[in-house]
Design a protein around this ligand. Structure first.
Ligand code: PLP
Length: 391
């Protein structure tokens, strides 16, 4: 069967592949613990579920406006007002089927064939493929564990060329958990804007940050420089709503209109019921979010404590999200292990723990651990790994 050429550059998501392999071993009767998970392990808060039930009960089950119901687009504005002190208007907001879909629409709207997109590596694994599907060319900017996975304005400036159309920033980051202070993020955005480069600031983990780090956003740049800066967020991670599929973009009204056009010819509006749930999430109390973030911080400390006792492993301290990204190249060359995929296979087979190879995120020296599991499960999994560390 003939499949379109544009698919030749696209890889299936590696996190799904690891979960599938783990499921296969489970089906064979093996006890497998997955630290490969990219979603919070908490239930969606009750007040959000109630709003969805109410939407069904009142028959709110029909098509809605493509970019989202106005009250939800307004609630996105309210979110920014509450968290960052400024309120983007409705025409600057588009609601899509998750943050992933928001970014997909954005690349489709922004890129012409050959446009280069600067992607600091390690990166969230969907960026390069989404860029390529839009005809763009990903250009990677490696920032390794030795640098604490922290991009500096100098390094960023050095990577920008006349062909650079846009740059993706992601703080807190998946997979590293690294975040920036507001000043640091501002300096990175300024560096792009000064050179006429657009910025996509993926802030999907902005509420999951650990003191003394603070939530940061490029939203002020959207106000200052709307033609250059777009901000992405969603309900999946903050409100434990991964399955509801609610993401949004704040950008220039012209960009929003273009993305709206793309969405109108592909998915149309997102699920009407999910929109009512998202409305309750964004307009309600954020105490539930803070509670989940506190649990993640506790687990970050627990896991980092164990990992840092493994000789030769380098794991910069994450300030947000729910991942640890550890440089484990010290094990390469032992037990026949050549790379991050071999290392993950080793831990899956010998310790029954599923992880994601760093290669999937553009850094083959590393492995990603998700701590979106109960404390005792996390601790046991790491102890089981400890017993089979390659020697
Ligand atoms: N951005 C980053 C960095 C992510 O890790 C994810 C999900 O894992 C997303 C965006 C997309 O989230 P969703 O499409 O579930 O809203």
């Amino acid at each position: 069967m003939r499949i379109a050429d544009r698919l030749s550059c696209v890889r299936p998501s590696a996190t799904f592949a690891v979960n599938a392999k783990a499921a296969e071993l489970k089906a064979q009767g093996r006890k497998i613990v997955s630290l490969a998970i990219g979603e919070p392990d908490f239930p969606t808060p009750a007040h959000i579920c109630k709003a969805a039930q109410h939407a069904i009960d009142e028959g709110f089950t029909r098509y809605t406006a493509v970019p989202g119901i106005p009250e939800l687009r307004r609630a996105v504005g309210t979110y920014y007002k509450r968290c960052y002190g400024l309120e983007p208007p409705v025409e600057s907001v588009l609601v899509s089927n998750g943050g992933k879909h928001s970014l997909f629409n954005y690349f489709q709207a922004m890129l012409n064939p050959g446009d280069e997109v600067l992607i600091p590596a390690p990166y969230w694994l969907s960026y390069p493929d989404m860029v390529m599907l839009a005809g763009g060319t990903p250009v990677f900017l490696p920032v390794g564990a030795q640098e604490g996975f922290r991009l500096t304005p100098q390094k960023l400036a050095g990577a920008i060329t006349p062909k650079t159309r846009l740059c993706i920033l992601n703080a807190p980051s998946n997979p590293t958990g690294v975040s920036y202070s507001q000043e640091e993020l501002d300096a990175l955005v300024a560096c792009c804007v000064d050179k006429g480069v657009c910025v996509a600031s993926d802030e999907i983990y902005d509420r999951i940050v650990f003191a003394p780090a603070k939530s940061v956003s490029a939203i002020r740049w959207w106000e200052r420089c709307p033609e250059r800066v777009a901000v992405f967020n969603g309900c999946a991670k903050s409100f434990s709503m991964t399955g509801w599929r609610v993401g949004y973009c704040v950008g220039h009204p012209k960009l929003i209109k273009a993305m709206d056009t793309i969405q109108s010819q592909s998915t149309s509006n997102i699920c009407s019921i999910a929109q009512k749930a998202a409305l309750a999430a964004l307009e309600g109390s954020y105490d539930c979010v803070a509670e989940m973030a506190a649990a993640f911080q506790r687990r970050r400390d627990l896991a980092l404590n164990i990992l840092s006792s493994w000789q030769g492993v380098l794991c910069p301290k994450p300030e947000g999200a729910f991942y640890l990204f550890a440089d484990m190249r010290c094990y390469f060359g032992k037990n026949g292990i050549a790379d991050s995929a071999d290392l993950c296979t080793h831990f899956l087979e010998k310790a029954g723990v599923a992880l994601v190879p760093g290669a999937a995120f553009g850094d083959d020296a590393c492995v990603r651990f998700s701590y979106a599991v109960a404390d005792e499960v996390l601790e046991q999994a790491l102890k089981d790994m400890e017993k089979v560390l390659p020697a």
